[in-house]
Design a protein. Structure first.
Length: 224
């Protein structure tokens, strides 16, 4: 799986998405980052038209290869429960016969609150766990899937991370996949959620030493 980043900056043609489908293996998935014209606005509740424009821009051409939709907020966007709930109500559950799975990438410390967790869980919307010192980093589960952006790869390491770090990431992925929660991660809610059904887990190496990301991903995958 990869995360498509250029959809954040500009629209892509439906033919482009269709071409990507033909160029990738049958079991490949594309996480799609939503347009910045949706999320980088003062009032999220006014994003309805932009959301529809993005959803119908051609992403459904990905078909069964459509993964989560990532809604990345600006680092300056503070948590406003009324505005955020209005935004969550605008996110479609399906389009073109495909289920839409939504993930919020929140980047302001005010989102590290019990009120945010409650709201995201009410709408079954996942939250990105960003393993980084630059953005809020909390691993609380708010949706039916887990989405992790790992941003600590190092250029001096051939695999981007030490074997111990990769072992730890694999252990976390196993726990999330099996419906439980790994210990030792930063959380807002001190009480882990009760074990639940198995989940889809999406882990991507993004940021850090990007040239090491492919090797890190291959090494992590080899631990499953």
């Amino acid at each position: 799986m990869i995360e498509i980043n250029n959809t954040y900056y500009s629209s892509q043609k439906p033919a482009t998405f269709a071409r990507w489908v033909g160029e990738t293996p049958d079991d490949f998935l594309f996480a799609v980052k939503a347009s910045r014209f949706v999320t980088n606005r003062r009032v999220l509740a006014e994003a309805g038209e932009s959301i529809q424009r993005f959803v119908h821009s051609g992403i459904t051409e990905l078909g069964a290869k459509l993964g989560p939709i990532v809604w990345q907020f600006a680092p300056t966007k503070r948590f406003d429960p009324v505005d955020l709930e209005a935004f969550l109500k605008l996110l479609p559950s399906d389009a073109g016969g495909l289920q839409m799975r939504h993930v919020l990438d929140v980047r302001h410390e005010t989102f590290k609150s019990a009120e945010y967790l409650q709201l995201a869980r009410r709408y079954r919307t996942a939250t990105v766990f960003t393993d980084s010192d630059d953005y809020p980093s909390f691993a609380d589960i708010t949706g039916d899937l887990v989405y992790v952006r790992m941003m600590r790869t190092e250029p001096v390491l051939l695999e981007g991370c030490t074997p111990q770090v990769l072992d730890g990431l694999a252990a976390c992925a196993h726990a999330w996949r099996d419906g439980s929660e790994p210990k030792g991660l930063p959380r807002v809610d001190s009480a882990p959620a009760a074990p639940t059904t198995p989940r889809d887990v999406f882990m991507l190496f993004i940021g850090g030493a990007k040239e090491r990301a492919p090797a890190a991903a291959v090494s992590l995958r080899g631990r499953f």
